[in-house]
Write a protein that binds this ligand. Structure first.
Ligand code: ATP
Length: 259
């Protein structure tokens, strides 16, 4: 498949959990530099889709293309190796470790390896963590505190800084601000704007339509496990998106590409 400026493409992506058809026949395309949202009602299949394209789970059927090549991610580490970073609702932080250890989790900087032993370069990890947080504008008073002692918002910001630092090709965020206050939400939205400036593509799962309209180029609507349509953010409005989410048409919508 030729690349054609397409970063990620899925064809017929399908996931069944026993008899539950969580995702069916999803054809999705993300172009270079694009920021897109995935919206839909509870249970529409948004998180299921994200789990398939990040290697957390393997699809029942369908194909995933990344950078023009068909890929099969057997784990999130496989996806990471392609420069894909994801922030999930459960964050995947290690509670008993401090901020630098969490930012470098699984990618620790070592001085040297001696047989089975690795000697961590903690100074370098601390410095790089400070830089990662500074780049994303996140302020954490004491990086040496274990993550368990931090607020939900601070933990979320660490997870997002980690993803933003390592994502070279694509970043995926599943409800990154659902549990945050106003100030922290603004901080996360600024991180997302920074990623846009850097040209890093984003897939944002969000229930917050205000946020979606402020941040993305395209809105992909999921309904009952299927992609119901795609709308360009600057050519649509909240009513049209809600119509597509619910499947109840409230008027004539010329801009929707109903699928
Ligand atoms: N591990 C699982 N086992 C069985 N069913 C599942 C599993 N994960 C998800 N489902 C079901 O698949 C469907 C889609 O769920 P999913 O979590 O993808 O929806 P969602 O759009 O992300 O919803 P929400 O906005 O509530 O997070 C739902 O009916 C859900 O109950």
């Amino acid at each position: 498949m030729a690349n054609d400026g397409i970063v990620l493409k899925t064809e017929g992506l399908t996931k069944y959990y026993g008899g539950v058809h969580a995702l069916e026949d999803a054809d999705f395309t993300l172009h270079e530099g694009e920021h897109v949202a995935i919206v839909g009602d509870n249970g529409a299949g948004k998180s299921t889709f994200v789990r398939q394209i990040t290697g957390v789970e393997q699809p029942t059927a369908g194909k995933i293309f990344f950078g023009g090549k068909e890929v099969a991610f057997n784990s999130p580490i496989d996806a990471r190796d392609f420069g894909i970073e994801a922030v999930f609702q459960n964050l995947a932080l290690a509670d008993d470790l401090d901020v630098p250890s969490n930012i470098f989790l699984g990618r620790e900087e070592t001085y040297f390896n001696l047989g089975p032993f690795s000697f961590l370069n903690e100074k370098k990890m601390y410095k790089n963590s400070m830089e990662a947080l500074e780049r994303t504008g996140v302020k954490i008073p004491n990086l040496r505190n274990s993550i368990a002692n931090m607020s939900g918002g601070q933990r979320q910001c660490v997870a997002i800084s980690r993803a933003a630092s390592f994502a070279s090709k694509l970043i995926i965020m599943d409800e990154p601000t659902a549990a945050l206050g106003v100030q922290e939400t603004t901080q996360v939205e600024n991180i997302i704007r920074g990623l846009k400036k850097q040209g890093i593509p984003l897939i944002l799962v969000s229930h917050n339509l205000r946020q979606v309209f402020n941040l993305v180029d395209k809105i992909w609507v999921f309904r009952r496990g299927r992609i119901a349509g795609m709308l360009e953010a600057d050519k649509t409005d909240g009513n049209e998106v809600v119509s597509l989410i619910t499947g109840v048409k409230t008027g004539v919508h010329e801009n929707a590409s109903y699928i």
